[in-house]
Every structure is written in structure tokens, then in C-alpha cells.
Write a protein that binds this ligand. Structure first.
Ligand code: RFL
Ligand code: PHB
Length: 391
């Protein structure tokens, strides 16, 4: 097989890249090691920045998101069992976030690719990349038991944190920056009305909790747990009880229990590689960087990378430009590091760290009070949360 851009991974990054290239008349083949059903039902992110929403709308895949997405103008921070609203809309000149599940974005993109006759190959095996520093890199894999090879001009490495693209770059090329946190999130999706119309981030002495949602009938809830927590230790009753305690519910708010549809534990880390490129392999999204989910930045960063990569590839094919491809990594990394800082800061502000002294715990509470009472401090949180303007 031969194509212009070979793309590995059908997450938000790979699918959006394939679609944005198609809109510029650039051909791609996308390969994914899981099934279509699997990627369309994987429950993950839920918060889209304004810039992400604009990108999806401009790409013509925003119709269902505009109908079903929930527009939020604020979030709440809870500490000392009291809730404080951050009015993001007012603090950021009218910007907002949209709550719309990542798997819905994935479904919309898969559909758009298939309608346009795009080549999407699911359930491929043994993927490897070759000749990355030549003008004709290659992707090899097995599909239905047969060995296949794609010769291409460029490779989009969009295969997530555990993919093969990043580890295929020769040793010594990449600089790795990493921080692993001493906790994880136990996440559930439940058939129950969310306790509030907006997201509630809770600081609590028993640990962090987050109250989010997918629809007015489906809640998405998270509890801070150990990074290697055994889900078997969390029967449904224990989960609801713990959420109730951490929400610190007063009469104005009630947690409704409901059928738990999905449960999972996510360890938390911050991770960046520099540069996000080697030869003709360009890394994008989680393949190049990870943030802890507290700032809701992971998928938004993946979309921002793809905007730059598709524009750079467009410049190459339409005007023979190589400058945008050369600047790709540096351009992306500026936003990546801003989001890394914000996600680390939100994580440090809201979680219970096992090694924190009473002194550090007091500092955390003092910062929460400052963030929720000073206009300058809440504006800083708000503008980072809704996302800095994309270019
Ligand atoms: P993905 O989504 O991991 O997609 C990579 C794809 O590559 C496939 N793959 C391979 N395919 C072929 N060959 C191989 N060898 C392959 N190896 C892997 C995988 O099967 C997969 O389909 O990466 P991408 O596209 O970079 O997207 C990144 C986002 O998924 C991620 O950053 C977000 O989910 C992070 N995240 C959040 N981001 C937000 O912007 N807002 C949020 O509210 C938010 N909440 C979250 C999150 C992530 C979470 N978890 C579970 C990690 C909440 C949670 C709990
Ligand atoms: C979610 O709804 O899944 C979600 C929301 C906000 C976050 C992380 C996850 O910070």
C-alpha cells in the first residue's frame, strides 16, 4: 500500500488528523489495533475547551456535539464542605466549556471518515515503523493474518501513551520529563441525575472527588484512590458512600444513586518528550505527552497538536513549505507546557498527598481560599481551564 500520510492510532488525535488532511485533499491510511466497537465505547474525557469545539465545528463534525453537548459557564470548587463557584464566563470575556464525551467525538469522527470513503483499518496487529529518517518511511503490520506494508511520505504517531511510535525513536534522541503521582482516580459512569448542573471539584480530608456528567441523566464521578487500587475493594455501596462523604452534601445538593454502568482506575502522571518529532515521524497527543486529568486538558492538547500538524502538512503539500513541519514540535510544546503546569497545579491544589505535613495541608487550604476569593487568582484558573486561545 502507498499513501501520503500513514497514521497510527484511532483516538481523537489520529482520527482528527486523518479528517483534517482529507479536507485539504491529502490522502492518509489510518490503522488501529482495537476494534471500532472498542474505541467507540472507551469512556474517557468529557470536557472540551472552546478552541476544541471550534476546531470540530470548522471541520464539519460538530453537528451532534452542538445538539447534545452541555455548555457550562462555570465550575465549582468545594473545600471545608462548602462550595464556591468560579464564573468562567464572566472572568474570561464570555468563554465556556462543553461537556461531551470523548467517545462521542470519536464516533462522530469515525463516521465522517467512513462517509468520505477514508481508509480506516481496525484490529491490526504487530505494528512497527521503519526508515523514519528517510523520505519514504514505512509502517508494517498484520491484518487478518497477512503481513502488510504502507509506504508513505510522513507518519502521524497518534497511538497514545502505550503505543509503539515513541519507543521506536532511537535512544538518545528524546528528552523525557516525568512525574508520577502517589494516587489514582477511580472513575464510574452511572445512570443517575448529576448532583449539580456544573462540575464540582472537591478537596476533602479523605481525598479528592470530582462530580461530572455526560447527559442530564448520566453522571461521571471520580474518587481519589491508590494508584494500584484493586477495583474488587470497591463494591457499589462503598463508592456511593465515599462520594457522599467527599461531596459534603448540605440540603442544597443531593447525590442520587443509580446503576453503575462502568468502573475503572486510572493512575496519574505528567509526562512530556522533547522533541515531538524524529525524521518523518511526528508524535501527537498522548503519544508525546500525558497530563493528570484534573485540569481536563489531555484531549484538548491532542486536538491542538493536530491543528498544527495538519496545517504544517498542508503547507508542505500545497506550497512546498517545510518550515511549519520544522517548527511543529516547538509550536506544540509551548501549549503543552502551559497545560502541564496547569494540570500539575490543579492536581496539587485538590488532592490529598500521603506525604503532606500539616503545614503543607494548611498552605493548600489557604490557596483554595485565595483562588475562590481573589478575582485575579480565579481569573487565572478560569482562563487556563477554558483554554488559552488556539493559534
Ligand atoms: P488515545 O485516545 O489513547 O488514542 C490512541 C489510539 O492508538 C491505539 N493504539 C494503536 N493502534 C495501532 N497500533 C498500535 N501499536 C497502537 N497502540 C495504541 C489505541 O488503541 C488508541 O485507540 O490518544 P490520543 O488520540 O492522543 O487522545 C488523547 C486522549 O485520549 C486523552 O488525552 C484524554 O482521554 C485525557 N483525558 C481528558 N482529556 C481532556 O481533554 N478532558 C478531560 O476531561 C479528560 N478526562 C482523560 C480524562 C483521561 C482519562 N483516562 C482514562 C486516562 C479522564 C480520564 C479518566
Ligand atoms: C470527565 O467528565 O470525565 C472529566 C471532567 C473533568 C476532568 C476530568 C474528567 O477534570
Amino acid at each position: 500500500m502507498k499513501t501520503q500520510v500513514g497514521i497510527i492510532g484511532a483516538g481523537p488525535a489520529g482520527l482528527l488528523l486523518s479528517h483534517l488532511l482529507h479536507l485539504q485533499g491529502i490522502e492518509s491510511i489510518l490503522i488501529e489495533n482495537r476494534s471500532r466497537t472498542y474505541i467507540e465505547s472507551r469512556v474517557r474525557a468529557g470536557v472540551l475547551e472552546q478552541g476544541t469545539v471550534n476546531t470540530l465545528n470548522e471541520a464539519g463534525v460538530g453537528e451532534r456535539m452542538r445538539k447534545e453537548g452541555l455548555l457550562h459557564h462555570g465550575i465549582e470548587l468545594s473545600f471545608h464542605n462548602k462550595r464556591h463557584r468560579i464564573n468562567m464566563h464572566e472572568l474570561t470575556d464570555g468563554r465556556a466549556i462543553t461537556v461531551y464525551g470523548q467517545q462521542e467525538v470519536v464516533k462522530d469522527l469515525v463516521k465522517a471518515r467512513l462517509v468520505a470513503g477514508g481508509q480506516l483499518l481496525f484490529e491490526v496487529e504487530d505494528v512497527s515503523v521503519h526508515n523514519l529518517d528517510s523520505n519514504q518511511p514505512k509502517i508494517r503490520f498484520r491484518k487478518d493474518g497477512e503481513e502488510q506494508e504502507i509506504a508513505c511520505d510522513f507518519i502521524g504517531g497518534c497511538d497514545g501513551f502505550h503505543g509503539i511510535c515513541r519507543p521506536s525513536i532511537p535512544a538518545g534522541v528524546l528528552q523525557v520529563f516525568e512525574r508520577v503521582y502517589p494516587f489514582g482516580w477511580l472513575g464510574i459512569l452511572a445512570q443517575s441525575k448529576p448532583p449539580s448542573e456544573e462540575l464540582i471539584y472537591c478537596h476533602h480530608e479523605r481525598g479528592f472527588a470530582l462530580f461530572s456528567m455526560r447527559t442530564p441523566e448520566i453522571t461521571r464521578l471520580y474518587i481519589q484512590c491508590t494508584p494500584d487500587e484493586d477495583i474488587a475493594n470497591w463494591p457499589d455501596d462503598r463508592i456511593w458512600h465515599e462520594l457522599e462523604l467527599r461531596l459534603g452534601a448540605d440540603e442544597s445538593i443531593q447525590l442520587q444513586e443509580g446503576k453503575i454502568l462502568q468502573k475503572g482506575v486510572t493512575p496519574m502522571r505528567s509526562f512530556v518528550v522533547e522533541p515531538m518529532q524524529y525524521g518523518r515521524l511526528f508524535l501527537a497527543g498522548d503519544a508525546a505527552h500525558i497530563v493528570p486529568p484534573t485540569g481536563a486538558k489531555g484531549m484538548n492538547l491532542a486536538v491542538a497538536d493536530i491543528r498544527h500538524l495538519s496545517r504544517a502538512l498542508g503547507g508542505y503539500y500545497q506550497n512546498n513549505r517545510t518550515d511549519l513541519l520544522e517548527q511543529y514540535s516547538a509550536t506544540c510544546l509551548r501549549r503543552v507546557w502551559r497545560s502541564e503546569h496547569f494540570s500539575w497545579w490543579m492536581t496539587a491544589l485538590l488532592h490529598r498527598f500521603p506525604d503532606y505535613t500539616p503545614f503543607q495541608q494548611r498552605l493548600q487550604l489557604s490557596e483554595l481560599e485565595y483562588v475562590t476569593s481573589s478575582r485575579a487568582a480565579s481569573t487565572s484558573l478560569a482562563e487556563n481551564y477554558v483554554g488559552l486561545p488556539m493559534n
